[in-house]
Structure formats: C-alpha cells, structure tokens
Design a protein around this ligand. Structure first.
Ligand SMILES: Cc1cc2nc3c(=O)[nH]c(=O)nc-3n(C[C@H](O)[C@H](O)[C@H](O)COP(=O)(O)OP(=O)(O)OC[C@H]3O[C@@H](n4cnc5c(N)ncnc54)[C@H](O)[C@@H]3O)c2cc1C
Length: 309
C-alpha cells in the first residue's frame, strides 16, 4: 500500500495542473513551510546564518526544475549567481554552498546550452571560492550530468554531483567519478524509475547505499552521506570508527526540516552536518517528493485540512 502511494505521489509530482492548484491553496501553506525555508534569498541567507551559529553547514537550493525556455533558464542562472554573491557577502560564508539543477540551466533545451549556463555559475563560484553541487535528477539526465561534470571538472574543481543508490548503474558511476576526483553526494534516489534500471525493493536500495558509501568513505574526495536512515547511519558510524576515518574527511547531509533531532545529535557528536535548504516559489515537485518518501507526511496534511474546515 505504501509503495502504491509513493508511486502515485511521484507520478503527480510531474502534473502542471496539480502544481497550479496546490501552490495556490491556502491549506498546503503551513505544511509546506515545514520543508521550504522561505520564499526569498535574504530570509534564506539569514536562516543559514542562524544555522551556522549552531555549527550547521548549509547548501542553498533555489527551487525549480525543467526550464523549457531560454528566458526561464536565464532567470535560474541569475538566481544562482545572486545566491553565490549573497553567500560571499555573508559573515558565515564558509558554512554555505549551493545546489543547482542542470534542467534549470536548460538541459531540456540542449546539453551545450545547459553547459554554457552551468559554466557561468561555476565562474562565479570559482571567483567567490564556493562549491557548486549539481543535484541528480531523473534517470533521463544521469549520463548527461556525469558527462558534464567530466567536461568541466579540471577547469572547475569546485564542483561535483550526486549519485543515487537505487540505480543499477551507480556502482560503476561511483568508481568513474571517484577516479575523476570530484566530490560525490550519495543519496538513495527520489524519482519514479522503472525496475529495468532501478532496484524496486527498498532492501536492495539500502544495501547498495551502504556499499557505495563505504567505498566513498575509503576512496572518495570528501563524500557527503545524505540520508535520514538511522539504521544505515549507525552502521556507517560503526564502519567509520573501525576504519579510523577522521571526522573531517566527510560530511553528513540532511534535508531542512527533516529529522532535526538526528541532525542535532550528529552536530553534538562533532560531525560535519550540512542542511539542504530549499527556498523559492516553485516548491511543488520538491514537496511532492518529500511526501512520497514518507506517507505519514500525507496524514499530516490531511489532519491540517480537517483542522481548517
Ligand atoms: C541532503 C540531501 C540531498 C538530496 N539530493 C538528492 C538528489 O540530488 N537527487 C535525488 O534523487 N535525491 C536526493 N535526495 C533525496 C534522497 O534521494 C531520498 O529520497 C531521501 O533522502 C529519503 O531517503 P532516506 O535516505 O532519508 O531514507 P528513507 O529510507 O527514505 O527514510 C529513512 C527514514 O528517514 C526519515 N525520512 C525520510 N524522508 C523523510 C521525509 N520526506 N519526511 C520525513 N521523514 C523522512 C523517516 O524517518 C524514514 O523512516 C537528497 C536527500 C538529502 C538528504
């Protein structure tokens, strides 16, 4: 049942009609604010500064994906550049970096066009000495994303991407990007993928997650372990102790508003913890993926609806 609900939520995450309805509904607003930091950059930067005072690192994410016109992608690139300038001007600059999406840069228009836009963001990142992470999107973009990292990495070592343990291909991609030397964030994967290319069972996704993280902890360049899965995290902590891996050789990452207790616990234990902080108006697909990850979040929304009526 949970799996059907998950698939349904991921399916409607692509619906433009539902996006319009949901983003204009007053009912969803209080629930959305649990996962989305703010609408604007200024507020988001001050949230990240407050986090930094509590020893958190943060990654700012300007919400939106799949620009279909050059005008839209230019707007996204301008926003990315403004984030980098905003971080550069912050008193907590060293605690922040940025996550971007290649489809926002225009990957659906053409790979060459998106790469040109990505390079503009990288130029600013290089100038300000800020790391630029490319989020990984649906499998349609996996090869293009990895190829683009390979194209730019030697010129811009301040960039890296994300790999998803639910894809069969990931064990090879982990080795491929580790050889390149770029930083990798390891996640389980948040999109609806067919079983021809992705593990359909959570157990296999988790197993692959553990194995790839262990590989990255041994061989990777400052890997990011991005999960809220307590069991997996405990196993990885055991592994880190066993291998004598220093605490500053990697970081944990979690999403803003999710498992705050766990985030704080790791900070108190002296680990590097980065919160992924999304902001902006185009929150619908991001929000739907968060619901799909935990069907209990749907119950939280329903409760909110009944409380309002
Ligand atoms: C920092 C960060 C960046 C990410 N970047 C990407 C990316 O670029 N591409 C991509 O495909 N995916 C990305 N993801 C999402 C990722 O793929 C998973 O969908 C997401 O992290 C949920 O999986 P999990 O590892 O937390 O484990 P799960 O097995 O899904 O969950 C384990 C436990 O975590 C808690 N939990 C998980 N999700 C939620 C939620 N939404 N609400 C409340 N509790 C929850 C619950 O307690 C749950 O039992 C990112 C995740 C993080 C943390």
């Amino acid at each position: 049942m949970e799996n059907i609900l998950r698939k349904f939520l991921l399916y409607i995450a692509d619906s433009k009609r539902l996006e319009h309805f949901t983003t204009h509904s007053r009912i969803t607003k209080p629930v959305v604010s649990k996962f989305i930091a703010a609408n604007d950059l200024k507020t988001t930067l001050s949230i990240c500064e407050e986090l930094a005072e509590k020893n958190y690192l943060s990654a700012l994410d300007y919400l939106g994906e799949n620009s279909t016109t050059k005008k839209e992608s230019k707007k996204a690139v301008t926003s990315y550049i403004n984030i980098l300038k905003g971080i550069d001007a912050s008193k907590e600059k060293d605690s922040m970096n940025i996550a971007i999406k290649l489809t926002q840069c225009g990957l659906d228009i053409s790979e060459e066009y998106a790469e040109g836009n990505y390079r503009k963001v990288l130029d600013q990142g290089k100038k300000n000495n800020i790391f630029v992470r490319v989020d990984m999107e649906g499998s349609k973009y996996t090869e293009q994303t990895i190829r683009m990292i390979e194209n730019v990495y030697h010129e811009y070592p301040n960039t890296g991407t994300v790999l998803q343990s639910y894809l069969y291909r990931t064990t090879k991609d982990v080795v491929r990007l580790t050889k390149l030397g770029s930083r990798i964030r390891m996640v389980k994967g948040a999109y609806l993928e067919p079983k021809t290319i992705a593990y359909p069972n959570k157990r296999d996704v988790d197993k692959s997650y553990l194995e790839t993280c262990k590989y990255l902890l041994r061989h990777g360049n400052y890997p990011a372990i991005a999960t809220h899965d307590e069991e997996i995290l405990s196993e990885l902590i055991r592994y880190i102790h066993l291998q004598g891996i220093p605490k500053d050789a990697f970081e944990f990452q979690m999403l803003y508003g999710i498992r705050n207790d766990l985030q704080k616990k790791f900070i108190d234990d002296g680990y590097n913890v980065r919160a992924y902080v999304p902001y902006g108006d185009s929150w619908y697909p991001y929000f739907m993926r968060r619901l799909a990850e935990r069907p209990a979040n749907v119950a939280f929304i329903l409760k909110n609806i009944f409380r309002k009526s």
